[in-house]
Design a binder for this molecule. Structure first.
Ligand code: ATP
Length: 256
C-alpha cells in the first residue's frame, strides 16, 4: 500500500461473519476506513460492535469474510497487520508490576519507536500522567489506566486505532484531553474507529458513521446522508438518527 495515498483505505472489512455457539453476532459486515478518517461505530447493546473490533484487532479469529489492515490480511499476515494498529478496549488492564514508564518502554521496544523517550514524555504530559511516571500499573485508577492505554496506543503512531468506549472512566478534563488526542491523531493521518454509546461525542468527532444492529449494517455514511436517507429533519442529532435507524421496521432501507 502506498504510504501517502489518502484515498487508499487503511482498513478493509469484507463480508465479516462471526458466530458464538448458535448466536450470530456479526452477519456479513463490509466497510472500510481511510487514512485520517474517524469512523463512528454505534449500535444497540449486543449489536456486534465489540465482536467486530476484536476481530479486526486479531483477538478473535475470523471465521468467515476477510479483514486487511494497511494492506495485510489479518488471517494470513496477522503479525504485520497488528503491527499497524492499536487497540484500546473499554477497560484496559496494565501490568500490575510495571511502572507507567516501563509500559511505554515496552511498546517502544516492540514497535521500534525512534527517539521514544522524548515522545513518551510529551505524551505523559499531554495525558496529565507526568507525575505518574514511576507509579505501578496496579496503583492506577481506572481513568489513569485509560489514559495510559491512549499514550501507549499513540506512541508508535499506528495507521489504525480501534477504540471501544475509550472515555468511559475519564473525568471531564480527561474527556477533553482524549477528544483532542483523537482529533490530533486523525489529523496526522491515522484512521480511527470510535465505538461508543456517547452519541454526542461520536457526533462531534466522527467524519462518517457506521450504525449496526443485530450484526448487520443498518446505515453507513455521514449524518447529513442519514437525514436525507431516513427523511428526518436536517440538523437532527445523531441520537435522533440512531433511533430512526434502529427502530425502523426490519428490512426497511433508507432512500437513495
Ligand atoms: P455492547 O454495546 O453491549 O457492548 P456490542 O455491540 O459490543 O454490545 P458484542 O459484544 O459484539 O456487542 O456482542 C454481540 C452478540 O454476541 C451479543 O448477542 C452477545 O451476547 C454475543 N456474544 C459476545 N461475546 C460472546 C461470547 N464470548 N460468547 C457468546 N456470545 C457472545
Amino acid at each position: 500500500m502506498s504510504e501517502s495515498d489518502p484515498e487508499e483505505p487503511v482498513l478493509v472489512v469484507t463480508d465479516l461473519r462471526r458466530e458464538y455457539a448458535d448466536k450470530v453476532a456479526v452477519a456479513g459486515l463490509s466497510f472500510d476506513v481511510k487514512p485520517g478518517e474517524i469512523l463512528g461505530l454505534v449500535g444497540p447493546n449486543g449489536a456486534g460492535k465489540t465482536t467486530t473490533l476484536r476481530s479486526i484487532a486479531g483477538i478473535l479469529p475470523v471465521q468467515q469474510g476477510s479483514i486487511s489492515v494497511a494492506g495485510f490480511s489479518v488471517t494470513e499476515d496477522g503479525h504485520r497487520a497488528r503491527y499497524h494498529l492499536a487497540w484500546i478496549p473499554d477497560d484496559p488492564k496494565p501490568f500490575d508490576s510495571l511502572t507507567v514508564w516501563e509500559h511505554l518502554d515496552l511498546v517502544a521496544g516492540l514497535f521500534d519507536v525512534p527517539e521514544w523517550k522524548s515522545r513518551a514524555t510529551e505524551l505523559l504530559d499531554f495525558f496529565s500522567l507526568g507525575d505518574k511516571r514511576d507509579a505501578l500499573g496496579g496503583e492506577l485508577s481506572r481513568g489513569m489506566c485509560q489514559k495510559l492505554a491512549l499514550a501507549m496506543a499513540w506512541l508508535p503512531r499506528p495507521k489504525l486505532v480501534l477504540m471501544d468506549e475509550p472515555l468511559s472512566g475519564l473525568d471531564p478534563r480527561g474527556i477533553r484531553t482524549a477528544r483532542r488526542a483523537i482529533q490530533e491523531i486523525a489529523a496526522s493521518g491515522t484512521a480511527v474507529i470510535l465505538s461508543s454509546h456517547l452519541l454526542e461525542l461520536v457526533q462531534q468527532l466522527a467524519d462518517r458513521l457506521l450504525i449496526i444492529d443485530e450484526g448487520r449494517k443498518a446505515f453507513e455514511g455521514t449524518l447529513e446522508e442519514a437525514h436525507a436517507g431516513f427523511q428526518i429533519p436536517e440538523n437532527s442529532s445523531l441520537e435522533d438518527v440512531f433511533f430512526a435507524v434502529t427502530e425502523k421496521p426490519k428490512g426497511a432501507e433508507p432512500e437513495a
